[in-house]
Design a protein around this ligand. Structure first.
Ligand SMILES: [Ca+2]
Length: 338
């Protein structure tokens, strides 16, 4: 009997193990199933996300293509505008820019002498323009120089050379420039030397502590549709190659890119485009100036009048002094289109 009891005991143990195994299998199968569903959900979500991203990607690609089309159109329009600008805007070029002929022989140059006195010199000799001005009055500038084209005071030389280049230029009364001229197109090159200068007297106008010397070119211009004469509001657009302040002991330069605009009656405005130190007096200096850029920048200084266009009728090459004297030579002054 004890043997029978023992074998019954083994069967019970076996059953318990079997039941336990079945239970374990059932639990793990449920766990796997849950786990599987979770993974499937994640895969679905991932696929949806991928799909959305692909949609966005193709939208962005479309947008990029549209933008590129717009850029291409704008580029073409810009090129057409530049071409139209080139056809419309003519430049002025300078007759006998090398000063080869004396005033008696030259049709291009005539004397500019503002507040002239017996010391004033303006002559063309040996291929250079030789200028001396002695500022003996203390309440106004005076100058020695030459002009070409039509002067605001009514005098004229041969008309301006107008066109796209000196070679194909024609004779014109004036050139029209827009308010915003292109940079890097219209240049002025000059070779000059400052032979010397000195202090005469302190001015009673502008600044009582120092006298002044400037040299450069001035464009004589009408504004918009205004007439060009001494009673109209003339624009005197200055491009100074160099400027100086002087007292009894010192000479110091006006800083490069110093600018001014004043409206005493006419409009005077301009830039100092370079500096020539007094230790370089007597040396020949060559300057290349982006004239179009400086004309544009100068017109931006003028706030009193709404300027759309200017008409340049003539220009002056000069040295001017207030309470000082100065001697300058110009070998050439020329403009070119690039
Ligand atoms: Ca010359």
């Amino acid at each position: 009997m004890p043997q029978v009891n023992r074998s019954i005991g083994k069967i019970e143990v076996g059953l318990i193990i079997c039941v336990s195994l079945v239970g374990l299998l059932a639990v793990s199968s449920v766990w796997f199933s849950i786990r599987n569903n979770t993974l499937q959900n994640r895969i679905d979500a991932f696929e949806t996300e991928t799909y959305n991203l692909q949609n966005q990607m193709s939208k962005l690609t479309n947008e990029k293509n549209n933008l590129q089309d717009q850029i291409d159109t704008i580029t073409i329009e810009n090129e057409q505008l530049i071409e139209a600008y080139e056809q419309l805007v003519k430049y002025f070029f300078i007759g006998d820019s090398d000063f080869t002929k004396s005033f008696n022989e030259s049709v291009w140059w005539d004397v500019e002498a503002w507040h002239a006195n017996p010391d004033s010199i303006s002559e063309i000799r040996n291929g250079t323009l030789h200028l001396f001005y002695n500022g003996t009055i203390d309440d106004s500038y005076g100058n020695s120089g030459v002009f070409q084209g039509r002067h605001a005071d009514g005098r004229s030389t041969q008309q301006l050379l107008v066109g796209d280049s000196p070679e194909d230029a024609f004779s014109g009364e004036y050139v029209v420039f827009p308010r915003n001229m292109q940079s890097d197109r219209f240049w002025l090159e000059t070779k000059f030397r400052v032979n010397g200068m000195g202090f005469n007297r302190y001015p009673t106008v502008y600044h009582p502590d120092f006298s002044r010397v400037n040299l450069g070119v001035t464009l004589m211009c009408a504004i918009n549709n205004e007439p060009f004469n001494l009673t109209a509001k003339t624009l005197w657009l200055d491009v100074y190659f160099a400027g100086y302040c002087l007292n009894t002991t010192d000479i110091w330069v006006v800083p490069k890119n110093w600018s001014y605009a004043s409206y005493p009656d006419d409009i005077h405005a301009g830039y100092f485009v370079e500096e020539v130190d007094s230790q370089d007096f007597g040396k020949w200096i060559i300057l290349q100036i982006d004239l179009g850029d400086y004309i544009s920048k100068t017109l931006d200084l003028i706030t009193e009048v709404d300027i759309k266009t200017i008409r340049v009728y003539g220009f002056i090459v000069f040295v001017e002094c207030l309470g000082a004297y100065a001697e300058v030579e110009y070998d050439y002054v020329e403009t070119y289109q690039d």
